[in-house]
Design a protein. Sequence first.
Length: 456
Amino acid sequence: METHKFDIVVLGAGPAGAASALFLAEAGFKVALVEQREFAKAGPSWVNGLHLDTFQKIGLAEPAGDEVEIRDFPVTFFSADFGERLDVAASGFTNIRMRPFVDRLHRSAFAAGVIGFDQTRVEGFDFRDERPQTVRFSRLTGGDSADRFSLSAKLFVDATGITGLLRGQVASLNQSSGSLNDADVCTALQQNSRISDRAQAAEFLKRHGVQPGTLVSILGTQGGYSTLSVQVSRDLSEVGLLAGAIKDARFLTGTQMVKKFCGENPWVGDKIHSGGGTIPLRHPLHRLTAPGVAVLGNAANQVFSVHGSGVMPALQAARLLANAVTDAADPGDESVLWGYTASFQKNLGAMLATYNLFRRFSQNLKSDDIAKMFRYGLMNEAMMLAGIKQVMPEPSLTSGLSILATGLRDPLFAANLVRSLAHMPLVYMHYLNFPEVHDQKKFAGWVQHAKNLAGY
Ligand SMILES: Cc1cc2nc3c(=O)[nH]c(=O)nc-3n(C[C@H](O)[C@H](O)[C@H](O)COP(=O)(O)OP(=O)(O)OC[C@H]3O[C@@H](n4cnc5c(N)ncnc54)[C@H](O)[C@@H]3O)c2cc1C
């Protein structure tokens, strides 16, 4: 079997893997990008809502042209019974067509010298002292025949999405964070359809008091973590639907929620495109690296779990990984890679893990409780905007007063809220103290305390 030698092999060519391959090639490494599907089908094929603030910091050109479906639209959040609402007029949210966006990342990566292998299946890894040395592949060449080859590298980047192919074979990565259970997984579907009856679509908007182009986001449709978003285009020609719920037999899946909405709203016409899957909602892996291995994107649970958004965290993580290994003679050296884990946990892990406490709290609420959160002012515009931007909310007098007022109006609800969320600032501070250098004893202590605070 022929072996091709690279500095770095990136597995998975979704947004995380494609961006990572690009940044690592720009840093001067010889990089291979391997995808099990055709490159043209790698990663998400649907429309994702992104806040574009961070693109410049990451060093990527902001999405433009056909990558953008609709830019900077208002968002109106509703409780499940539509009794409560909250308007965020200037959300800064932009809908990105992920297919052309990921295609652009691939093109840029290849232009920077990345060698691509698509429709390529991993057959196995060869390890020496727990550090991967080579990965063996087969690639169908037509009929029953397959091309077999292997790639050797100093660093293997696992960006294979929620399955985490290589992560699953490295004990130290699995042990520090534990495995996902269904309560930490969201099933989601995004669909765009034509509008078959504009008058009825306009009537839907009028009934909810919103303009065309507004994202109508209904929170807690089935209680807890379940959301349905409906966005009628500004020219009333199309509607975008996004639904997601925790993977639980008691709840409809994202696909079933969209189907139900279409059945109840006959103005939703033929499907233009749809796509879906599962999203990991747990805190990011405590440890993102092992000798010769770095984990990225969904494979590392790098997701803003409150609304299941993983694209911006994945792109930022790809940049942090490239920063950490640039100029290293051995980019797979654990002390070099630790720089990626540490900078990620301090810059993003702190925020993602803190919001994850809120996600787990909200998962146990009933639809009525979510309506109370609106009514008591516990969800206000500043907080919702912070969630859209994926940043920590500024502590404000209004939020403090809302909690106090809740205590007076509904002491039981307030007690539950405070008990569940009191650890949020502690989790945030703990992540800021992530060990700067790799010291196994210090790290084990850090993980134990993180688990205690998060209640995992
Ligand atoms: C319906 C839906 C709506 C969403 N909406 C949003 C949103 O609005 N905003 C947002 O930020 N996020 C959203 N997300 C989440 C977002 O799509 C993911 O977080 C993001 O795609 C993660 O990127 P990734 O590259 O880590 O993984 P993926 O996109 O899953 O890509 C992984 C790639 O690895 C490949 N692969 C897997 N196994 C192998 C293997 N053995 N060998 C080679 N290749 C392999 C896969 O084929 C795939 O191409 C949504 C998700 C869903 C399902």
